[in-house]
Design a protein around this ligand. Structure first.
Ligand code: FMN
Length: 299
């Protein structure tokens, strides 16, 4: 009781995180139990590991310490009543799972704790790590059985209130309307990738920008490369520039332009990391006006 009274009331900032909501199931010799937890996180793909953070006064922690297993039942947006009950009472106070018409359970496959029906995800976990961190205990479970229901939408938690998923938010990008050939050129380079990542060099002289012509196309662009993932973009660009036999010095600083090329319904997203360049010799180079559509958007 003393520890409950001593519990600090969370500040507004602490409550401003946004999380999902799960119901953690467990059991003891006295029977099964369920509690609500927002601090639940998948922390590895292979093996699939889930960390949950449980306070010391809970029956759930005691159960899991004994049985070394727990169920993670990620709540769907229809489950606010279940979540409020599982989070508002302790198993020390009432037998939550036995309340009439609140919880519907599912038989587990690989553990003994019951699972909760109508959730977005049900994961059965075996405890592999326990660590006291601050006023909670981190319990890491290895997932031994998992299923999800993609017809259900998750319940979210923010500022002490429950929410559903809102509309999807497209990351902010500058729109560039372009012709079909240009869009197809970049889409071929993207090879199905959602975002094409380019590194380019911008060499300017008065009102002009240095461009190179792409073989077999009408297209002229600033010199650029598509660095492989994990490779230093500036070093890769330097090599490509050398191969193009361009004598350009590339500055260290860069900016990033996030654009989306559009032609009718067709789109291609591009991230352009742009380095400023200095042209060491002007011979054999072509210059294009800064007013050109695609170029103007890169400056
Ligand atoms: C929305 C919500 C989120 C919660 N998240 C957590 C959490 O992440 N960790 C935790 O220890 N308690 C959390 N709680 C509190 C427990 O659910 C609560 O203390 C519960 O009564 C413990 O039950 P038990 O004693 O039967 O295990 C949360 C409660 C609510 C309502």
């Amino acid at each position: 009781m003393k520890s409950l009274l001593a519990r600090k009331v969370p500040s507004k900032a602490e409550r401003y995180f946004s999380t999902g909501i799960s119901m953690i199931t467990s059991y003891s010799t006295k029977g099964p139990n369920v509690m609500t937890a927002e601090w639940v996180l998948q922390i590895s793909y292979n093996p699939v590991l889930i960390a949950i953070f449980i306070h010391k006064g809970s029956q759930t922690l005691k159960n899991i310490e004994k049985t070394k297993e727990f169920g993670v039942n990620v709540a769907s947006k229809e489950q606010t009543a279940q979540v409020s009950v599982a989070g508002g009472y302790s198993g020390f106070e009432i037998d939550k799972l036995n309340l009439k018409n609140i919880f519907k359970t599912l038989a587990p496959q690989k553990i003994k704790s019951p699972m909760i029906s109508d959730c977005t995800i049900n994961a059965e976990c075996k405890l592999i790590r326990k660590e006291k961190l601050g006023d909670h205990v981190m319990l890491v479970g290895k997932v031994v059985q998992i299923k999800h229901d993609d017809t259900k939408s998750p319940l979210l938690y923010h500022s002490g209130r429950y929410f559903g998923l809102g509309s999807m938010v497209e990351p902010d990008r500058q729109e560039v309307l372009t012709d079909k050939d240009t869009l197809e050129f970049f889409r071929d380079l993207a090879q199905g990738r959602f975002v094409l990542k380019c590194a380019g060099v911008l060499v300017t002289s008065k009102n002009n920008v240095l461009v190179t012509k792409w073989p077999k196309t009408k297209l002229e662009t600033i010199p650029f490369s598509i660095p492989p993932q994990g490779k230093n973009q500036r070093e890769h660009l330097k090599k490509v520039i050398r191969k193009m036999r361009l004598d350009i010095q590339i500055a260290k600083e860069s900016t990033m332009k996030r654009i989306v090329l559009k032609n009718g319904k067709d789109v291609q997203r591009i991230n352009f990391v742009i380095f400023k360049g200095k042209n060491n010799s002007t011979k054999n180079n072509t210059w294009k006006s800064k007013q050109d559509d695609v170029i103007a958007n890169l400056i």
